[in-house]
Design a protein around this ligand. Structure first.
Ligand SMILES: Cc1cc2nc3c(=O)[nH]c(=O)nc-3n(C[C@H](O)[C@H](O)[C@H](O)COP(=O)(O)O)c2cc1C
Length: 353
């Protein structure tokens, strides 16, 4: 039986252990979408996990939804991310950028171009979002034309190439948590009548095209994808066919030889077991709110090949060492999750401090 501290092959890389830093938006980027000055320090502090997955990074202007999130589509973004990837590599770590298109989870006040958000259909999520002037309703988005969907696929591939140019070891496609890719899955957000809407095959098509284009651009062995089947967030309802859509999708993704599938579990154990059977590659499992005594359980049961943790790693730069030695964990401070300075970002103490 493998343990969390054993190395594992992930795509073209040998990782030093089976612990993954889950992607976490921190809203500390500059207005031009370059990551903030503390980004290299923040990620390199946590580089002893087997794989760091960054915060969601927009692949295009239209992909931004929240305030102060970074991008990876201009030469300036590439140069700035290079500092972070170098810092992680200098500590012997591996880093994938998470490519996140927010779709309708966007507010014009949060983006540089202040345009209406884009989505599969013109249906508002019924959610509120933080903006520079406080909480506001996420407005009704504009439906992408078929040609624009094709362009969005190309934007993802361009962003993946840019990430690799910036020194990233690969990218994780954000297909989870009610953002653009999952909006295509859900009939409640996708009422299109072109080849991207209607049947399961059509609703899964955008995700498969994005994964295929990225695998062609940078190699399947540098491409991961994150899914969260059944997310109840922000007006997403995948309907009675939801589980079937994921079984179809994962069987199709299986053909692309991707580095990994990352599931953020929403409590459907039967579906999770099915997806494990359909997926012969590496599976990363993230279980929200997992307590210390349950760390390692999915590896022990044979379900997962790697386990991802978010808030514990956010609050414990030396998470791996604390886990190994049984040292207590720092508590995460929710007040400093999004935006701000080094407080709650790079100043969580390590054991040696
Ligand atoms: C501050 C914060 C920001 C997050 N941002 C993202 C994100 O950008 N992309 C993503 O896929 N998940 C994001 N998540 C979800 C986490 O990756 C993870 O799934 C969640 O926190 C549950 O795992 P945990 O209990 O180990 O933290 C975020 C979570 C937190 C706490």
């Amino acid at each position: 039986m493998s343990t969390l501290f054993e190395s594992v092959r992930l795509g073209r890389y040998d990782l030093s252990n089976r612990l993954v830093m889950a992607p976490m938006t921190r809203s500390r980027a500059n207005l031009d979408g370059t990551p903030g000055d503390l980004s290299p320090e923040y990620y390199s502090q946590r580089a002893d996990v087997g794989l760091v997955v960054t915060e969601g990074v927009q692949p295009s202007e239209d992909g931004q939804g929240y305030m102060a999130t970074p991008g990876i589509y201009t030469p300036e973004h590439i140069a700035a991310w290079r500092k972070t990837t170098d810092a992680v590599h200098s500590k012997g770590g591996r880093i994938f950028l998470q490519l996140m298109h927010a779709g309708r989870m966007s507010h014009p006040d949060n983006t540089p171009h202040h345009r209406q958000g884009v989505a599969p259909s013109a249906i508002a999520p019924g959610a509120q979002m933080f903006t520079p002037t406080g909480l506001q309703d996420a407005p009704t988005p504009r439906a992408l034309t078929s040609d624009e969907v094709v362009q969005t696929v190309a934007d993802f591939a361009h962003a993946a190439r840019s990430a690799v140019e910036a020194g990233a070891d690969g990218v994780e496609i954000h297909g989870a948590n009610a953002y653009l890719i999952q909006q295509f899955f859900a009939p409640s957000a996708n009422q299109r009548d072109d080849r991207y809407g209607g049947s399961i095959e059509n609703r899964a098509r955008f995700a498969i095209e994005v994964a295929t284009a990225i695998a062609e651009a940078i190699g399947g062995d540098r491409t991961g994808i994150r899914l969260s089947p059944g997310t109840p967030l922000w007006g997403i309802d995948e309907g009675p066919e939801g589980a079937d859509l994921y079984r179809y999708l994962v069987a199709e993704l299986e053909k692309l030889g991707l580095a990994y599938l990352h599931i953020m579990d929403q409590g459907n154990e039967a579906l999770l077991a099915d997806l494990r059977r359909l997926w012969s590659g590496k599976l990363i499992v993230n279980r929200p709110g997992r307590t210390r005594d349950a760390i390692g359980a999915d590896l022990a049961s044979g379900l997962a090949d790697l386990e991802a943790y978010g808030q514990i790693i956010l609050a414990n730069p030396d998470f791996v060492e604390r886990l190994r030695t049984g040292a207590p964990f720092n508590e995460a401070d929710r007040m400093t999750f999004f935006g701000g300075t080094e407080k709650g970002y790079t100043d969580y103490p390590a054991l040696a401090d």
